[in-house]
Design a protein around this ligand. Structure first.
Ligand code: COA
Length: 167
């Protein structure tokens, strides 16, 4: 039987940190499915459609990675897809508390579900989507933090000449 893992997130936008987890997860499992959450409550910079497109663009680089989008509870969608493993990245100890809580709640909602946590590679420990958004909005160089397609999308969204303003 194929070992399939779901990698859920809002991905606003997807970063090299997420890509690190996707690459390593795709090596550990037969198939990895990126689950893009609607997450309207987070008021994302990118639309649901754009976030799905960014994930699809990345998935093309792999032969065992695909993309699914979902609204509502993750566990409902996982049950419908018959996926019993969730993959999450762990950057710092502060991530751990949140991940532990989410894994336990998801397990209550879907007892067959297991959560696998992969420690982030050291070069991505500091990275988060909101920091990338902030740097882009302030005109900074984000090329080291996101894949080229995402960089293009961010540049299009955040027109700024890159000059700081000292007042
Ligand atoms: N590398 C870089 N950044 C990472 C990362 C990694 N490996 N892992 C997480 N991050 C960042 C994300 O980009 C995000 O950054 P931001 O807060 O600065 O924007 C931050 O860490 C938090 O990410 P995460 O905890 O993964 O939140 P999320 O919104 O991406 O994902 C869901 C959370 C969508 C999986 C979860 O809310 C969910 O399942 N929602 C559906 C509703 C549901 O079922 N709720 C009950 C859950 S218990």
């Amino acid at each position: 039987m194929k070992k399939i893992v779901a990698y859920p997130g809002t991905f606003d936008p997807i970063t090299n940190g997420h890509l690190d987890i996707i690459k390593r997860g795709a090596n550990l499992f037969d198939e990895l499915v990126i689950f893009v959450a609607e997450s309207n409550e987070k008021n994302p910079l990118f639309t649901f459609k754009e976030r799905i497109e960014m994930a699809q663009c990345l998935a093309k680089e792999f032969n065992n990675v695909s993309v699914v989008s979902f609204k509502g509870l993750l566990t409902t969608c996982l049950k419908e897809s018959n996926i019993k493993v969730v993959l999450r990245g762990l950057r710092t100890m502060s991530d751990f508390e949140y991940e532990f809580q989410m894994a336990l709640i998801n397990k209550k909602l879907y007892p067959d579900l297991e959560t696998v946590l992969l420690m982030s590679s050291s070069e991505f420990v500091f990275l988060s989507s909101s920091l990338v958004r902030e740097i882009a909005l302030l005109g900074g160089d984000i090329s080291k933090f996101v894949p080229p397609y995402v960089e293009k999308m961010l540049k299009r969204r955040t027109v700024n000449d890159g000059r700081g303003l000292c007042i």
